[in-house]
Design a protein around this ligand. Sequence first.
Ligand code: SF4
Length: 74
Amino acid sequence: MARKLKVWVDHQACVGNAMCESIAAKTFRLNDNRQSEVMDPTANTEAEILEAAENCPVSAIFVEDAETGERLFP
Ligand code: SF4
């Protein structure tokens, strides 16, 4: 079974270019202020979520193992 992830977006940093949404559309969605919101971190694979985080131009996406607290990105 896939491990549970804690995923969040730094809204001070997010510039709303929707890269995360295009890579992991079930997890990230832009709100009315063009800020990425985490919808459901179990809806995409860990690889997809990490790919989204890696491709965020301002490194606004943070990913941790929800149980151990291990930082997976950045
Ligand atoms: S890729 Fe980064 S900057 Fe772009 S919408 Fe997602 S969190 Fe915001």
